[in-house]
Design a protein around this ligand. Structure first.
Ligand code: G16
Length: 567
C-alpha cells in the first residue's frame, strides 16, 4: 500500500522487427523477451493499440507461471500505471490459467486481459515465454487488433512507465494496493487464482453426480481417473476441483499438480508423444478407467480411456456434441451451433447434420470462434490441436473438457472406448492423424509451401489420381483456405493448403504459428469410413500419408525422413 504521489516517465526506445503475434500472441525464447526494452515495447504497443478505451480501464493479468512471468508482470504494472489504466486484477503469484483469465474478463466485464504464456511450449530460462492480449469478450485478440499491435511495434519510439512504483512482492499476497500516479488513482488487486473458475465449473456441471462417479456409490464402484497437469498451471485447479470438490485421491488420481516455472523440463503438450508418461501409466495399470492431460496454460486437453485408449480431439468434439444434453449448462441455455477449425476432422459435422444444428468451419485459432459465440450461434467447438470448449468462456478449456467427458460417462454409464465405438457405429468414423515436422529450416519449409501454392496456381492437381498401397484417390478440389466471418465479414486468407479428394478424404498443409524457432510443418490427413470403423488409424491412413508426402515433396524440402510428432 502506498499513497505517496508517484510520477511516470517517458523512456526512449527503438523498434524490434520480430514482434508479429502468431496464432495466439507473441511467443519467443525467454532470452529474447529479456532484451532491454523488448517486453516494454510490446506491452506499450498493446496499450497504444487499445487507444482511448484504455484510459480508466480495468485489465486482468496472469499466466501459467512460467519463467520470466514475475518480471513481465512487474513491467506490465508499471507501464499500465503510466498509461492511465485504473486497475489491474492479478492472480496471486501471477497465476491464472488461460481459461480462468477469459472467465474473469467476462465476469468482471472489464476491457480485456494480458495472458503470460507460451502455452504448450517448454518453459524455463532456455525455453519460451509469451504475451497475448484478450479482448472484452474474453477471447484472444482478433487479427485486426494483433495486426495493429504489430504495426505499432515497427515504429515505437518511446514507452511510459512509473519506475518508482514498488512492485517487490506485490503479487505474492492477496489484497488491494492503491497508488497515486500523476495525481490519478491506480489500483492493483491480487486475487485467488482459482476461486472464480471453480465457481463457474460448479455452475456448469453437476458436481454431486461427478463426485458420485469418482467416489463410487453403493451400486457402482469408483470410476478410477488419472489426471496429469504436466507440471503446468492446471495443477492448482486440479487439486481444488478433482481432489477437494470431487473426492479424487491426491496420491492415486492426480499427478504433476505442482506448477513449476520450467514445467520440470518437460514439454507440457498433452499428446501421445509428450504425455507418454501418462499413456504408459494407463497401460501399466489397467485399473485406471480414464486419463487426461493438460498443457502448460490449461487450455488444451487429451482424453484417454482404459489401457490408454486414445480419443482424437476431433472425435472428442463429436462425442460431446452428441451428448451435451447431460450437462446442466446446456440444459439451461440450449445448444446452438457447432464449429471446428478447418484442419479438424469432420466428425462433428455429421452430428450437426443429424441434430439439425448450424455448423461452422473456421481457420486455425480460437479467436475465430468468438464472434459466432457472441452472436449466439455457437455453443461447442474444437480443434484438432487438443482444444475443446464452449461458449461459457471465449478460450478453449482443458478442465472443462474433462468435466464434460466425465459427465457423459456418468450419464451413459459407459467407458470411453465403448462410447467411441457406439459413436462410430452410428455415424461412421473420420480417421485422422497429424504429422508434425518441428523446427525445420525456415527456408525449406517456405519452399515447400510455395511449391504447393504453385501447384494450386497451375491447376494441375484437380482431376489427378494418386495411388499408394493399392488405394487410389482422385483430387476433387485444391485451394488455400480462406474464411469470411459471417458476423463481421472480416476475411482471413491463406489459412492452409487443402487437397480434397472425391471420396471426402483430405490432405492439409500449413505452417504452425505457435513455434518460437525454425518452422514447424503440419500435415493433416483424414479419411471417412462408414462401415470399417475399427482399424488402427495409422494403418488406415498409410496410403494417404504416402500420397501427402509425395505431393508435397516433403523429404526433399526438409531432409526429414520422419515426423517429430504423430498424433
Ligand atoms: C493456439 C491457438 C489454437 C490453435 C493452436 C495451434 O493454441 O489458440 O487455436 O489451434 O495454437 O496453432 P498452430 O498450428 O499454428 O501451432 P495454444 O494452445 O498454443 O494457445
Amino acid at each position: 500500500m502506498s499513497s505517496e504521489p508517484l510520477q511516470s516517465i517517458v523512456v526512449e526506445t527503438t523498434p524490434f522487427d520480430d514482434q508479429k503475434p502468431g496464432t495466439s500472441g507473441l511467443r519467443k525464447k525467454v532470452k529474447v523477451f529479456m532484451q532491454k526494452n523488448y517486453t516494454e515495447n510490446f506491452v506499450q504497443c498493446i496499450f497504444d493499440a487499445l487507444g482511448c478505451k484504455l484510459k480508466g480501464s480495468t485489465l486482468i493479468v496472469g499466466g501459467d507461471g512460467r519463467y520470466f512471468s514475475k518480471p513481465a508482470i512487474n513491467t506490465i504494472i508499471r507501464i499500465a500505471s503510466a498509461n492511465e489504466v485504473s486497475k489491474l486484477i492479478i492472480g496471486q503469484l501471477g497465476i491464472f490459467s488461460t481459461p480462468a483469465v477469459s472467465a474473469l474478463i467476462r465476469q468482471h466485464k472489464v476491457l480485456g486481459g494480458i495472458v503470460l504464456t507460451a502455452s504448450h511450449n517448454p518453459g524455463g530460462i532456455r525455453n519460451d515465454f509469451g504475451i497475448k492480449y484478450n479482448i472484452e469478450n474474453g477471447g484472444p485478440a482478433p487479427d485486426q487488433i494483433s495486426n495493429s499491435i504489430y504495426e505499432l511495434t515497427k515504429k515505437i519510439t518511446q514507452y511510459k512507465t512509473t519506475p518508482t512504483l514498488e512492485t517487490d512482492r506485490l503479487i505474492d499476497i492477496l489484497g488491494t494496493s492503491k497508488f497515486n500516479v500523476n495525481g490519478r488513482d491506480f489500483t492493483v488487486e491480487i486475487i485467488d487464482s482459482t476461486k472464480n473458475y471453480v465457481a463457474l465449473m460448479k455452475e456448469i456441471f453437476d458436481f454431486h453426480k461427478l463426485r458420485a462417479l469418482i467416489r463410487g456409490t453403493d451400486s457402482r464402484p469408483p470410476f478410477s481417473i488419472l489426471i496429469d497437469s504436466m507440471n503446468g498451471v492446471t495443477g492448482v485447479y486440479v487439486r481444488n476441483i478433482f481432489v477437494e470438490e470431487l473426492g479424487a485421491s491426491p496420491d492415486n488420481n492426480v499427478r504433476r499438480v505442482v506448477p513449476l516455472d520450467n514445467f520440470g523440463e518437460i514439454h507440457p503438450d498433452p499428446n501421445l508423444t509428450y504425455a507418454k508418461d501418462l499413456v504408459d501409466a494407463l497401460q501399466e495399470n489397467a485399473s485406471y478407467d480414464f486419463g487426461a492431460a493438460f498443457d502448460g496454460d490449461g487450455d488444451r486437453n487429451m482424453i484417454l480411456g482404459k489401457n490408454a485408449f486414445f480419443v482424437t480431439p476431433s472425435d472428442s468434439l463429436a462425442v460431446l456434441a452428441n451428448n451435451l444434453e447431460c450437462i446442466p449448462y446446456f440444459k439451461k441455455n440450449g445448444v446452438h451451433g457447432f464449429a471446428r477449425s478447418m484442419p479438424t476432422a469432420a466428425a462433428v459435422d455429421r452430428v450437426a447434420a443429424k441434430l439439425g444444428k448450424e455448423m461452422f468451419e473456421v481457420p486455425t485459432g480460437w479467436k475465430y470462434f468468438g464472434n459466432l459465440m457472441d452472436a449466439g450461434r455457437l455453443s461447442l467447438c474444437g480443434e484438432e490441436s487438443f482444444g475443446t470448449g464452449s461458449d461459457h468462456i471465449r478460450e478453449k478449456d482443458g478442465i472443462w473438457a474433462v468435466l464434460a467427458w466425465l459427465s457423459v460417462i456418468e450419464h451413459k454409464k459407459m467407458g470411453v472406448e465403448e462410447i467411441l465405438k457406439e459413436h462410430w457405429k452410428l455415424y461412421g468414423r473420420n480417421y485422422f492423424t497429424r504429422y508434425d515436422y518441428e523446427e525445420c529450416e525456415t527456408e525449406g519449409a517456405n519452399l515447400l509451401i510455395e511449391n504447393l501454392e504453385k501447384l494450386l496456381t497451375e491447376g494441375t492437381l484437380v482431376g489427378k489420381s494418386y495411388t499408394a498401397q493399392g488405394k487410389s484417390y482422385k483430387v476433387a478440389k485444391a485451394d488455400n483456405f480462406s474464411y469470411v466471418d459471417p458476423i463481421d465479414n472480416s476475411v482471413a486468407q491463406n489459412q492452409g493448403i487443402r487437397i480434397l479428394f472425391e471420396d471426402g478424404s483430405r490432405l492439409i498443409y500449413r505452417l504452425s504459428g505457435t513455434g518460437s524457432s525454425g518452422a514447424t510443418i503440419r500435415v493433416y490427413i483424414e479419411c471417412y469410413e462408414k462401415e470399417d470403423v475399427l482399424t488402427d488409424a495409422q494403418v488406415m491412413l498409410k496410403p494417404l500419408v504416402e500420397i501427402g508426402l509425395e505431393i508435397s515433396q516433403l523429404k526433399k524440402f526438409t531432409q526429414r525422413e520422419e515426423p517429430t510428432v504423430i498424433t
